[in-house]
Structures are given as C-alpha cells and as structure tokens.
Design a binder for this molecule. Structure first.
Ligand SMILES: Cc1cc2nc3c(=O)[nH]c(=O)nc-3n(C[C@H](O)[C@H](O)[C@H](O)COP(=O)(O)O)c2cc1C
Length: 113
C-alpha cells in the first residue's frame, strides 16, 4: 500500500503532472466551480485519448510544493493531477469499481403524471 501511495509523487509515471491552486479568499462555491473545472480537464483529456488521475495526496505536502513551485502564500494547493496514457497491462488499471444505482443516491420528488 505504501509503495503504491508513493507512486502518487511520481505522477504514476505519467509524462505530465499538474498542480491546482486556488485564491485562498475564495469560499465553498468557488471550490465547487473548481471541481467542475478539473473534471472538464479530465473529460477533455479523454477526448484526446489521454487519461488522468486527480490526486488529493499532494495536499498533505502543500508546504513543500509551495516552496518548490513558488506558489504565493495567498493560494491554497488543492490537488495534483497526472496526465498521460493508461498502461493497459498494469494490474492496478484492471480494477473496475461498482457504480451505485441512481436510486441509492437520488430522490425524485414531484408529479409523476
Ligand atoms: C478528488 C479526487 C482525489 C483523488 N485523489 C487521489 C490520490 O491522491 N491518489 C490516487 O491514486 N487516486 C486519487 N483519486 C482517484 C481515485 O482513487 C480513482 O482512481 C479515480 O477516481 C477513478 O476511479 P473510478 O474509475 O473507480 O471512478 C482521486 C479522485 C478524486 C475524484
């Protein structure tokens, strides 16, 4: 588990690693916007045949990242993201997680007619 976790900090061998920061004055609504922004990058990457892995693991080391990349103190490090091509031969990439049915997390209210 530790070895796999450590791969985070090598961007899992991806050719491109990204860091995302947000102006520390912005509040929860902006963090929601930011999540959508990152997901758009992930979806856009798929359209170009690329794969991504968003990485909250970087947030634990925000002080080190800040110092190395010269991120200003008034910005919060949100996460990292690996961008590259999926290694289809890697066992770890064969894991397919289940998807909960919509009825498990959504409630529909209203006139059914
Ligand atoms: C906000 C967010 C943070 C994540 N952080 C990490 C991370 O630090 N390290 C990691 O290996 N995967 C991370 N993941 C990726 C997930 O573990 C998972 O591999 C990914 O969401 C794809 O899973 P799925 O195909 O089962 O949906 C993160 C995903 C999200 C949405």
């Amino acid at each position: 588990m530790k070895a796999q976790r450590a791969q985070n900090y090598l961007f899992f061998g991806a050719p491109v690693g990204m860091f995302f920061t947000i102006d520390a004055r912005l509040e929860i609504g902006s963090w929601l916007d930011y999540g959508m922004f990152i997901q758009n990058i992930m979806i856009g990457a798929r359209a170009h045949g690329l794969h991504t892995c968003p990485q909250a693991a970087f947030a634990d080391y925000h002080r080190i990242i800040r110092a190395h990349l010269g991120i200003p103190q008034d910005h919060t490090v949100i996460c990292g993201l690996s961008l590259g091509y999926e290694d289809k031969a890697a066992v770890v990439n064969r894991l397919r997680t289940d998807r909960a049915p919509v009825s498990e997390f959504a409630r529909f209210v209203g006139d059914e007619s």
